[in-house]
Structure formats: C-alpha cells, structure tokens
Write a protein that binds this ligand. Structure first.
Ligand SMILES: [Zn+2]
Length: 245
C-alpha cells in the first residue's frame, strides 16, 4: 500500500501528501538546511498508526527513503499544532535521530492542559515529546545559507497553531488553518471561529505561490498558483461572511 505521494515541490522542499483511507496529515521536509550531522527539518510527521490501523509512519519513512532522505538525519521537528494526527510520530523520530522538537508556547500550554483531557476523552494516546524551545511570531533562522522561515501565529483551529511561510519561494505551510476550499474545524476544545477568521485574513495578505495544507480535501491537496490561491482565500472568506448563519 502506498500511503504517500512524494512531491519535490521546489528546491530542497519535499512534501508527502497523505493517500491512505483513514486520517493523517501531510508532511513537509526541508533537506540539508541545518548545520551539523542532522541537517533535515520535518514539519508535522503525523500519526504512527491511525484509527484505520494504517502504518502511517512506516509509510512516511518508506516514501522519504525513495527521495534518499533518512529519518536518522532529521535534526528538528516543527509542529504546526499539537493534534495527535500531526505530532504522534515525534517520539519515534526523537528516538531515532535525537531531533529537537518545537511548536508555539501557546500550543504547548494547550497540549499540557486541555489537550490531555481531550485525548483521554477520545481514547487517543497523548503525543509524547518535550520541546527544546518555542517558536514565536517572526523569523526563524535555521542553519546554513541564511535559510529562514517566517512563523505566523494563526490561532482558531487550535490556540497556538502556526503557519510557516518561506518567503523566498512563496510557500505557505498551513497546518489545519486553511485547506483547498475549506478551513480547519473549530468545534474541538481550543477552537475559535472568530480567531480562525482573523488568522485567515492575515494569511490572505501574503504573496503566495504554493499552499501546503495539513490535509487534502475533496477538491485537492497542494494549492498552486497565485490566482487559484487568491480565489481559495476569497471562497473561504465568503464562507465566514455568509456560510455560518
Ligand atoms: Zn488539527
């Protein structure tokens, strides 16, 4: 079973687009951007095994191997937010490579309070990891050649969700904030529709060529091209104006 489509989107950015039946997130990997022996950065490694008993992480490792990317060479894990379908596999990567883990402080606070009881209620194992530092709004300077990601705090789907903007290549990694013709749900604890709208209004101001959403929707996965992205923002903003009554 092939669980991921691998897309070398631009330069050293690889996207792993989830193809399984059950729930899991899309994963992104920037290769060779950190100094030292573990140069890769992974964003949202996803589930280990999901509710449909699909071996998500084994599938991810296999897909990455196809691009000659080794889990053992990951030096940093960034989580857009703390829902288990985005960060359950953190612990396996840490075990294998000793990677550092980061997310926003707001999200880590949520994870350690409301998150714990939420997962317990759903019978889901709470993700286990210890962040070494927190990312916050602004530039995140990573390693070699001045590689930089812009961190944008975008609460709404969860209290400390972040989006990552690679300005040089106009790539926006959105986690569960915005999808193709859809947005992240806000009916879980920690969700807030008004905040989500504000967050999306901020993202709509950016100059973007590619959106990598946290999940695929019926119309599609990666959103490509300025025109389509502008129309996607407009459609989603219309939904907030008219679709919620
Ligand atoms: Zn989520």
């Amino acid at each position: 079973m092939k669980y991921y489509n691998s897309v070398n989107l631009v330069d050293n950015l690889y996207c792993y687009i989830w193809q399984g039946m059950g729930n899991n997130c899309n994963t992104s990997v920037f290769t060779n951007i950190l100094n030292g022996p573990k140069p890769h950065v992974i964003i949202d490694p996803g589930h280990i095994v999901n509710e449909s008993r699909e071996e998500c992480f084994a599938g991810l490792e296999k897909a990455m191997a196809g691009d000659k990317i080794r889990v053992d060479d990951i030096g940093l894990i960034i989580n857009t937010h703390s829902h288990p379908d985005h960060c359950q596999a953190n612990e396996l990567i840490v075990e294998r490579s000793g990677a550092q883990v980061t997310l926003s402080k707001e999200e880590d606070d949520f994870r350690n309070t409301i998150g714990v009881s939420l997962y317990r209620a759903f019978g889901i194992k709470a993700p286990r990891f210890n962040p070494q530092f927190y990312i916050k709004e602004g530039d995140l300077d990573l390693g070699i050649n001045g590689f930089k990601l812009n961190v944008i705090l975008t609460p709404g789907h969860s209290p400390g969700s972040v989006c990552l903007y690679w300005a040089k290549k106009k790539v926006l990694i959105t986690g569960d904030v915005i999808f193709f013709m859809s947005v992240g749900r806000t009916d879980f604890p920690g969700g807030d529709m008004a905040q989500l709208k504000k967050s999306i209004d901020r993202l709509a101001e950016l100059d973007v060529e590619y959106i990598i959403p946290g999940h695929n929707t019926e119309p599609g996965g990666i959103i490509r091209g300025k025109d389509l992205i502008r129309r996607n923002f407009e459609a989603v903003q219309d939904f907030f104006s008219y679709g919620t009554g």
